[in-house]
Design a protein around this ligand. Structure first.
Ligand SMILES: Cc1cc2nc3c(=O)[nH]c(=O)nc-3n(C[C@H](O)[C@H](O)[C@H](O)COP(=O)(O)OP(=O)(O)OC[C@H]3O[C@@H](n4cnc5c(N)ncnc54)[C@H](O)[C@@H]3O)c2cc1C
Ligand SMILES: NC(=O)c1ccc[n+]([C@@H]2O[C@H](COP(=O)([O-])OP(=O)(O)OC[C@H]3O[C@@H](n4cnc5c(N)ncnc54)[C@H](O)[C@@H]3O)[C@@H](O)[C@H]2O)c1
Length: 482
């Protein structure tokens, strides 16, 4: 319970309808939707308003990858390749990256939040009992009270595995991997997931000699197997030394100089910089959840309106709930949560049934994502293996994207694969994966087909324009037998 009575708290300037802790994309959207629904909202942030995505994740990483992608696209066309004979202007790429990270200043996002009617509160927030958030800031401590809801939107932090000497070697995490001001001559990347593959692609293209040390036998293990295979081929062709099935057993740094990584198989690797890209830890460990009886070590269980199980006032959106570590999914959850909070505050019954506006139903069945490697990986819904493990009777249809006229026009020697996973009982798509240059923008059509559960016989009438890469849809349906 709070130390103030609700009556006293209601009069305090530190009382809001909703208090959101963490101003990343999820927190910003939860606050904005609550305000749109007629509520007051405080948004608590201890670093930069905009969160990881804006300054150390999506935006700077995609800015680093875009110039190499454009150059590679030009080099796949003989006429354009003749014009694209020079090297990347690294300083220009880094400068554009800096501008996409707003030079690590958040004035723009603070102005947006204030313009949207959200009160930004600077400082580190933590629950201090029911509906109460204590904020430790540069200007002292404030205790915020929430009339209706507290939303945890504190994101996640990079995991550094307990390898002897690794932490002492001050390796890069995704933060340095997206914000470094210079290209290290050599870079060792530990991990084979999305961050590892994207940042290996970027720094290799910018001139670093990159070695990837991958514990598993494949890259991008959560995707269809051909995705990891094609990205592996792309990385190796680009000059990245990818070592599969190796574990780093110790690290030793020579002063401020290079770090040597000992491996359980093969020669040690010495590199000017080491990037650790071995996953994320949900940031529920230092936000006071224990003050309301939750275990900080246990995942936050939420329902589809993002309300934490057992509470009528506590919500968790974005990376912190561990559902899907993607900006667009965090924002989707935040819209559902913000709307649900506003509706409940009005006394309206909230519809928590699948596909209601206040239910984050897509979280379980239709998560889209693009990995911005070369080739790109774009996928939505279930892989064939996931669909089978859920007991679905599935049929898998594969097609080489390079055989589509639009793809062969896009690039000489276009290499890529598409897979549709069909639920044979309902004759609808439950998963789609495209791998190939530039496939990211094909994805939304697949997302609509999966979310809309569009019957294949109706999908047949969605005629793709000739000659676009979207004709892959026609080929997949023909390969299925339509
Ligand atoms: C290198 C990299 C690239 C990525 N690229 C993409 C991409 O291209 N597309 C995509 O969809 N996703 C991408 N992601 C994932 C994406 O960054 C996250 O899913 C997204 O940032 C999660 O948003 P969030 O609001 O939940 O958390 P965050 O963005 O982590 O924001 C949380 C905020 O809470 C603040 N905070 C934490 N604790 C407190 C506290 N106690 N008090 C006050 N404030 C606090 C933090 O300072 C932060 O500002 C990438 C991730 C990485 C690491
Ligand atoms: N384009 C995008 O949308 C994008 C880009 C980057 C990140 N992300 C999101 O960020 C999340 C985190 O990405 P990530 O790459 O950090 O995590 P990940 O879970 O995708 O990959 C982690 C990798 O590290 C390996 N690993 C884990 N522990 C290890 C250990 N102790 N030693 C050696 N290897 C180890 C795993 O086998 C895996 O290869 C992803 O889930 C993704 O959703 C999205």
């Amino acid at each position: 319970m709070t130390d103030q009575s609700p009556e006293t708290a209601a009069d305090s300037p530190d009382t809001f309808d909703v208090v959101v802790v963490g101003a990343g994309p999820a927190g910003e959207n939860a606050a904005a939707r609550a305000v749109r629904g007629g509520l007051t909202a405080a948004l608590v942030e201890h670093e930069l308003v905009g969160g990881e995505c804006s300054y150390w994740a999506c935006m700077p990483s995609k800015a680093l990858l875009r110039d190499p992608e454009a150059l590679a696209a030009a080099r796949r066309l003989p006429g354009a390749a003749a014009a694209a004979t020079g090297e990347l202007d690294v300083a220009a790429v880094l400068a554009r990256r800096d501008s996409f990270a707003s030079d690590w200043k958040d004035d723009g996002q603070v102005s947006w939040a204030e313009g949207a009617g959200i009160s930004v509160v600077r400082g580190k927030g933590a629950l201090e009992g029911e509906r109460t958030v204590r904020v430790e800031g540069a200007e002292g401590t404030r205790t915020l009270h929430a009339r209706h809801a507290v939303v945890l939107a504190t994101g996640s932090t990079a995991v550094v595995p307990p390898v002897p000497g690794l932490r002492e070697a001050s390796p890069w995490t995704s933060r340095e991997g997206t914000s470094a001001k210079e290209v290290p001559p050599t870079l060792a990347v530990i991990g084979g997931g999305v961050v590892a593959c994207e940042l290996a692609t970027a720094w290799n293209a910018l001139g670093s000699q990159v070695t990837m040390l991958v514990r598993d036998e494949t890259l991008l293990g959560r995707y269809e197997p051909f995705a990891g295979e094609l990205v592996l081929r792309g990385l190796r062709e680009a000059g990245v030394d990818v070592r599969l099935g190796v574990n780093v057993t110790s690290a030793a740094r020579d002063g401020d100089g290079p770090t040597t990584l000992q491996l359980d198989a093969g020669e040690p690797v010495t590199a000017a910089a080491v990037l650790v890209a071995t996953g994320r830890r949900a940031r529920r460990y230092d936000v006071g959840v224990e003050t309301v009886g939750l275990d900080p070590e246990a995942p936050l269980q939420v329902d589809d309106t993002l309300r934490v199980t057992g509470f009528d006032w506590l919500y968790a959106v974005g990376d912190v709930n561990g559902r899907n570590l993607l900006t667009h999914m965090g924002k989707y959850q935040a819209r559902a949560a913000g709307d649900a909070i506003a509706a409940r505050a009005r006394g309206t019954q909230v519809d928590g049934s699948p596909w209601a506006a206040t239910s984050a139903t897509a979280d379980a069945v239709a998560v889209p994502g693009v990995v911005f490697t070369d080739p790109e990986v774009a996928s939505v819904g279930l892989t064939a293996a996931e669909a089978q493990s859920r007991g679905l009777d599935v049929r898998v249809v594969d097609y080489e994207i390079g055989n589509v006229a639009g793809a062969s026009l896009l690039a000489d020697g276009y290499t890529g694969t598409a897979r549709a996973v069909v639920d044979e009982q309902r004759k609808v798509l439950v998963g789609v994966t495209f791998v190939g240059p530039g496939v990211g923008d094909l994805l939304h059509a697949a997302t609509i087909a999966v979310v809309g559960e569009v019957p294949l016989e109706r999908l047949w009438h969605a005629v793709p324009s000739y000659p676009t890469v979207s004709e892959i849809w026609l080929r997949l349906l023909e390969a299925y037998g339509l």
